[in-house]
Design a protein around this ligand. Sequence first.
Ligand SMILES: Cc1cc2nc3c(=O)[nH]c(=O)nc-3n(C[C@H](O)[C@H](O)[C@H](O)COP(=O)(O)OP(=O)(O)OC[C@H]3O[C@@H](n4cnc5c(N)ncnc54)[C@H](O)[C@@H]3O)c2cc1C
Length: 425
Amino acid sequence: MNIPKTEKKRVVVIGGGFAGISLAKRLKDLDVQLVLIDKQNYHTFQPLLYQVSTSGLEPDSIAYPLRKVLKKLNNFYFRWATVTHVDPKKQIVFTTKGSLSYDYLVMATGTKTNYFGNADIEKYAMPMKNIPQALNIRSLMLQNFEKADDCTDSEERKALLNFCIIGAGPTGVELAGAFAELKNNVFPKDYRHLNMAEMQIHLYEGGGRVLPPMSSKASDKALRFLQKLGVNVHLNTIVQDYDGETLTLNNKETIATKNCIWTAGVTGAAIEGFGNDALVDRVNRYKVNEFNQVEGYTNIFAIGDIALMQTKEYPKGHPQVAQPAIQQGELLAKNLRGLFKGNKMKPFNYYDKGTMATVGRNKAVVDLKKAKFGGFLAWYIWMFVHLMALVGFRNRVIVFFNWMYNYINFDKAARLIVRPFTPKE
Ligand SMILES: Cc1cc2nc3c(=O)[nH]c(=O)nc-3n(C[C@H](O)[C@H](O)[C@H](O)COP(=O)(O)OP(=O)(O)OC[C@H]3O[C@@H](n4cnc5c(N)ncnc54)[C@H](O)[C@@H]3O)c2cc1C
């Protein structure tokens, strides 16, 4: 991979997500050779992907080049490659661009979409885990509106304008709210000859409430916000199948739709090669101890969504959200420094800063340890936290400007079919 061999220890980090860059940034002055490998050459701010899907933001405002994030590091190498497997005995990482030996390896590969074994849904539904997928959703939505404007068959038109989102976690709720805002504020101006009442937004959730990871107060409030915006929320409803034309529910009801978005689950993006004890099969996450060392190895660590650290408070592992990933990256940087000095490592203690989700303008919910609330203040806090968490000053300025523009004009300006999407046959 054209990376020079030196006397220094080589630390290889796989994945430049929240966990990977949180770690790498803090290894700045450590006397090691640091190699970051990612299949994308940019960091993605996943919490705002839904705004790319719904024309609120351009993709480059939520992405940041990994080489630029880490430009201040000495002895740093980035390689744009997909890691295919690891040989822990020989201490080698295999990638699509060649292989590389390591002294220390950090797995920070995050998650991928989980279809729970349903091949039809995997083939026909739209996932939203990365920027190309978010752009596919944007293109499909706009293409279907263009087709609907052309269409004289009312049944066909309804299918083109039915938007079905499966999974009412934060992503599904945020997406449904954003589609509703397009319906209420934006599309009536673009498609003046279409009957906007034909655009229906359906949100399906297998459990009994929206936002299952949040408090019941937040769920109730979010449900009311969604209903106020005109979203049809279907609780205790499991989607069994989707063939590209028809969605089938567990009560055998069917709905014709050309827009089916799957946000119902994720599973670890684990890489092959580790011993049987290292992986928890059910969730595809690496079992780690309190220092994030992968079970059975002392020089291999896992951080972020891919790591499963069982504690008394989190017997199923930490929630797969940004904060545990960032905090584990921070601690591992300190621990690696300590390790090179011969010090003992410190155990990980998660500091839960709270959770939040937004439904739309002036509508968000926030769960903090001491307070749970919703509405304008929650929305304001949601915006502030997300702006501050974005990587790169330029991105913060662009997103802030876009949000202000959208707020004042009731607009979402990125309504562009730049790269048309071809649905699978
Ligand atoms: C749509 C969406 C919305 C979300 N909203 C929120 C939110 O509002 N708040 C919140 O806290 N969390 C949210 N999350 C969760 C949050 O984004 C994750 O918890 C966080 O990204 C985990 O960080 P990570 O570093 O573990 O993984 P990631 O950020 O997913 O990074 C993994 C990296 O590894 C790379 N990679 C994976 N496999 C390979 C391979 N084989 N070879 C090379 N590179 C590889 C990927 O390209 C990626 O860059 C959301 C997630 C999604 C998908």
